[in-house]
Design a protein around this ligand. Structure first.
Ligand code: CA
Length: 236
């Protein structure tokens, strides 16, 4: 089935270019000009990817992205005239998958959309496979609190400070679901100054590091709208 893209863009001339570029690649495109209309579309109907303008008549696309990321992993590409580094960094930090600045090449945009969809299909396939195969477990982890390191299957994980603290917190209470806010309270020195979305970003990089050691291994479970937990296998 053709992938369905939701485009949120208030500039008709730009929307037309995007629609044309994507339609000629076989994508189905839904176009909305307002953030609130886009949210209504998404809650009514699943789409495979969101292309999001930052400057919208009823608010910032980044705010919309933040709301979407509370319970959705859907791929998001930011399309914005505000090609400032800060927007780019903030957009990616908030969980966008890619960023294209205006003016842009329609063909490049279509190619990036295809690349994101390919990546997300691969991630979903790996997740489905690992869910279907042996139950994932958190045995095989060794936390060394003295050295602030974690080994997995006898190999040291190269973790950032936040990744280390998140993984340690999850491993301390296997199967317990931690909300993003709870993880931030335990891990961030100043939780109020950070976005809850940062948790998702670090979880994403953590998963990638675990997959480097064991490609089908994903013991971290996402509980939609709730948070994260880590699974253990019954060791008895
Ligand atoms: Ca705009």
């Amino acid at each position: 089935m053709a992938a369905r893209v939701l485009l949120v863009e208030d500039e008709p001339s730009i929307a037309e270019i995007v629609e044309f570029a994507l339609a000629s690649e076989g994508f189905g495109v839904t176009w909305r000009t307002l953030a609130r209309d886009a949210e209504a579309v998404l809650s009514a109907d699943a789409h495979d990817l969101l292309i999001l303008d930052i400057g919208l008549p009823d608010g910032s696309g980044l705010e919309l992205l933040k709301r979407i990321r509370r319970d959705s992993d859907m791929p998001v590409l930011i399309l914005s005239a505000r090609n400032a580094e800060l927007d780019r960094v903030l957009g990616l930090e908030l969980g966008a998958d890619d960023y294209v600045g205006k003016p842009f090449s329609p063909r490049e945009l279509a190619a990036r959309v295809k690349a994101i969809l390919k990546r997300s299909a691969r991630t979903r396939a790996i997740a489905a496979e690992s869910a279907a195969s042996e139950p994932a477990d958190s045995s095989g982890f060794e936390v060394d609190e003295m050295r602030a390191t974690i080994r997995f299957r006898n190999r040291p994980l190269d973790l950032t400070r936040y990744e280390y603290l998140i993984l340690k917190t999850l491993l301390n209470q296997p199967e317990r679901v931690f909300s993003r806010a709870q993880l931030m309270d335990r891990v961030w020195p100043d939780p109020a100054a950070s976005f809850e979305r940062s948790v998702d970003t670090h979880i994403k990089t953590l998963r990638a590091k675990l997959r480097e050691i064991e490609p089908r291994f994903d013991p971290i479970r996402t509980h939609r709208g709730l948070g994260y937990s880590i699974r253990v296998m019954d060791q008895s």
